[in-house]
Design a protein around this ligand. Structure first.
Ligand code: SAH
Length: 249
């Protein structure tokens, strides 16, 4: 009896120890599995995690936004030294003191534009070109404006693959008069008030998403709707954007 008991205890111990060893192996080797994936799969893996954990888990439900953020390779809009951080839950530097927005903010702003696919959208603040690429995947025409020439040049070459994107190097405070009016406007740098030219270039029934406030923490992301010439503003959330700078003439 005692012998049998000991034997089964031995098996019990061996079984437990093997489970513990297996768990230790998993914990240590799982992260390195990711870095051993071919580069393409590695970023795809990181992108899928980003969408799952930062976008869907936080309540973004628009199918088009989710599909597009799964598809567009965010890392390709950054310098190579940033690629391994491209899918982090944060904004990242893109040069000239500017940043690419946090993935969740890109998703939140795009979802709030309520896009069906036929829209003509104006973006102020091209930066890396990532937000413009997200829009280009969803809508008919994208017009994007960047004030810093070197960022404009960089984004222009990255956006060549999207024939439905037009890009200009000027002060976006004035919108883009030549192609106005727009169904939607998205502003990705914060002015201290809503620029009147942008309101004027928004179509009736159109939506503008814009952060407003001083540089620092006290900015609010607004959804501005134009209905029968009237402007309705709704707060979306508190945000932190780089300031909308002005061209010195
Ligand atoms: N949408 C960008 C975010 C870039 S950050 C992306 O996906 O990467 C905001 C950008 O707005 C910066 O590149 C900054 O240079 C630009 N910007 C600031 N003031 C501007 C202005 N008055 N007109 C056009 N662009 C402006």
């Amino acid at each position: 009896m005692i012998l049998i008991k000991n034997k089964s205890f031995k098996y019990f111990l061996i079984q437990k120890i093997s489970i513990i060893i297996l768990l230790i192996l998993l914990v240590f080797f799982m992260p390195s599995c990711k870095s051993q994936l071919p580069a393409k799969d590695k970023y795809e893996f990181m992108r899928t995690q980003m969408v799952k954990e930062q976008i869907v888990a936080r309540g973004i439900g628009d199918k088009k936004v989710i599909e597009t953020m799964l598809k567009v390779p965010r890392h390709l809009f950054l310098n190579k030294d940033q690629w391994d951080h491209a899918y982090d839950d944060s904004p990242l530097p893109i040069g000239n003191g500017q940043t690419i927005s946090q993935p969740y903010i890109v998703a939140l702003m795009t979802e709030n534009l309520k896009l069906s696919g036929n829209e003509k959208v104006l973006e102020i603040g091209t930066g890396s070109g990532y937000q413009a690429a997200i829009l280009a995947e969803i809508v008919k025409d994208v017009y994007t404006v960047e004030i810093i020439t070197s960022l404009y040049e960089g984004a222009k070459s990255k956006l060549l693959q999207y024939p439905n994107v037009m890009i200009s190097n000027h002060d976006g405070y004035y919108g883009w008069e030549e192609f106005a009016p727009f169904d939607r406007i998205i502003v990705t740098a914060a002015p201290d008030h809503i620029p009147q030219p942008l309101v004027a270039q928004l179509k009736d029934g159109g939506i503008m998403i814009i952060p407003v406030g001083p540089p620092g923490w006290n900015q609010i992301l607004w959804k501005v709707t134009k209905e029968n010439g009237n402007i309705i503003t709704e707060k979306i959330t508190d945000v932190l954007f780089v300031p909308l700078t002005r061209e010195t003439k």
